[in-house]
Design a protein around this ligand. Structure first.
Ligand SMILES: NC(=O)c1ccc[n+]([C@@H]2O[C@H](COP(=O)([O-])OP(=O)(O)OC[C@H]3O[C@@H](n4cnc5c(N)ncnc54)[C@H](O)[C@@H]3O)[C@@H](O)[C@H]2O)c1
Length: 357
C-alpha cells in the first residue's frame, strides 16, 4: 500500500481527504494543530483519526522535523495543505504568512528532494491568486481588471474596471485564460507556493498538480475562527443573535464549493493518469450573492429574515465577483461537484447545532 503524506492533514479539507484516501492508501498527516484552527473545534482531528490517519505533530517551518517525517514515511504522494489561511489577517502578520506559506513550501521541496520516493505533489492553491478574476469589456473581449478604486466605490459603483476606468463584466475564471493578479498578502503567498513547486520539480520525475479552489465550506469549518469561512462566520453570528454585516451593497458574489467535493477533486488529481500541467479551477461554477446566502441561512436557522445590515463599507483587497470555470476539472479530472449549495448549507447548519465535545 502506498503512503500519502498530507501537510495540514488534520484540518478542514485534510481530514475529509483522509477519509477518502484511507481505503486505498496509508495516510500520514504532518500538522502543527494550530490553536486558531483546532481550538474548540475537535471535529476535524477526530474525523482524521477515525479514518485511520496517523498524525505526526510538527510545523512546516521546522525544516529538520519535516525532513525527518518524510524520511520516516517515504511517501509516494504528498498533498500540501498546511497554510496560514486568513486573507484579512495576512495584512497584519506578513512575516508569519511568508514563513509558513512560502518558507514552509521551500522546506517541503527540500524534504521531497531528499527522500526521493515522491512521484506526485499536489497543492491546495486558491482563486485568490486571480484578484478580481476574469472579466470582459463592453465589446465582450477579455479585459484585465485592476483593483477597485475608492472613487468608484464612493459613488456606489462596485463593479470591476480596467486600468482606463472602463466598467467590466465578470465571467467565470479559468487558469489558462485569466492572468494572475493577487490582491492580498495571503494570495501572494499562495501564488508563490505554486511557483516554488513548479520550478523546483520542473523536468524531474516528481509531477506537480495544483487546484485553485473557490470558497470551500461545510461541516467542520471552524465557527470560532473569525478569519476564515464566511458561511461559518455567518452561522455563528446568527446563533449569537447578531445582525449579519454585509459589505458594499450586499451583492458581491461568491462560488461556494462543499468540502466533500474538494476532497474528491484531490483524490481525482492524485489518481488521474496524466497529471494536468496547468492549474485546475475548482468551484461549483455557480454564483450566489452574499445577501442571498445570508437570507437562506437566516431562514434555515429560524432567525428574522431582516437580521442583516448592508454597510456600504468597502474592504481594500475584497473582490466583487468570484466564480470558477470548471470545464478543465470536468474534462481533465472527470470531476464534477455533487453537493448542491442548498444541501451543503443544510449540512453546515445541522452540524453547527451539535455542541462540540
Ligand atoms: N477553505 C477554503 O476556502 C480554501 C480555499 C482555497 C484554498 N484553500 C487552501 O486549502 C488548504 C487547507 O485549508 P483548510 O480550509 O483545510 O484550512 P485549515 O486551517 O482547516 O487546515 C490547515 C491545517 O494546516 C495546519 N497548519 C497551519 N499552519 C501550520 C504549520 N505552520 N505547520 C504545520 N501545519 C500547519 C493547521 O493546524 C490545519 O490543520 C490551505 O492551504 C488553504 O490555503 C482553502
Amino acid at each position: 500500500m502506498e503512503t500519502v503524506f498530507i501537510t495540514g492533514g488534520a484540518g478542514f479539507i485534510g481530514s475529509r481527504l483522509t477519509g477518502l484516501l484511507a481505503q486505498r492508501y496509508r495516510v500520514v498527516a504532518y500538522d502543527s494543530l494550530l490553536p486558531q484552527v483546532h481550538g474548540g473545534n475537535p471535529d476535524n482531528r477526530a474525523r482524521f483519526e477515525a479514518a485511520g490517519g496517523k498524525l505526526i505533530k510538527g510545523d512546516v517551518r521546522d525544516r529538520a522535523a519535516l525532513q525527518d517525517a518524510l524520511a520516516q514515511v517515504a511517501p509516494a504522494i504528498v498533498v500540501h495543505l498546511a497554510s496560514e489561511t486568513g486573507t484579512g489577517q495576512s495584512y497584519d502578520f506578513v512575516g508569519r504568512y511568508c514563513e509558513v506559506n512560502v518558507g514552509g513550501t521551500a522546506n517541503l521541496v527540500e524534504a521531497i528532494r531528499a527522500v526521493g520516493s515522491v512521484r506526485r505533489v499536489l497543492l491546495a492553491s486558491s482563486r485568490a491568486v486571480y484578484g478580481e478574476g476574469a472579466c470582459v469589456g463592453p465589446d465582450g473581449r477579455p479585459a484585465a481588471a485592476v483593483e477597485r478604486r475608492p472613487a468608484d466605490i464612493a459613488v456606489g459603483d462596485y463593479a470591476p474596471h480596467d486600468a482606463t476606468g472602463l466598467r467590466l463584466n465578470p465571467v467565470p475564471t479559468d487558469a489558462v485564460t485569466c492572468p494572475v493578479a493577487p490582491a492580498s498578502i495571503y494570495a501572494s503567498t499562495k501564488l508563490m507556493q505554486e511557483f516554488l513547486l513548479r520550478q523546483a520539480f520542473w523536468g524531474t520525475p516528481v509531477g506537480v498538480g495544483v487546484l485553485r479552489m473557490q470558497n470551500v465550506f461545510g461541516e467542520g469549518q471552524s465557527l470560532n475562527n473569525p478569519y476564515t469561512g464566511v458561511l461559518s462566520i455567518f452561522v455563528r453570528q446568527i446563533q449569537e443573535g447578531l445582525a449579519l454585516r454585509l459589505y458594499e451593497d450586499g451583492n458581491a458574489v461568491r462560488d461556494f464549493i462543499h468540502v466533500d467535493d474538494v476532497a474528491r477533486a484531490f483524490l481525482a488529481l492524485a489518481e488521474v493518469p496524466q497529471l494536468p500541467e496547468r492549474a485546475i479551477d475548482i468551484g461549483s461554477g455557480e454564483t450566489v450573492s452574499l445577501l442571498d446566502v445570508s437570507r437562506r441561512l437566516l431562514a434555515m436557522l429560524g432567525a428574522a429574515p431582516d437580521r442583516f445590515e448592508i454597510t456600504g463599507e468597502f474592504r481594500p483587497g475584497d473582490i466583487r465577483h468570484a466564480v470558477a470555470d470548471i470545464s478543465a476539472a470536468r474534462t481533465m479530472l472527470g470531476w464534477r461537484p455533487q453537493v448542491s449549495l442548498e444541501a451543503g448549507l443544510q449540512r453546515l447548519v445541522e452540524w453547527s447545532r451539535v455542541p462540540a465535545v
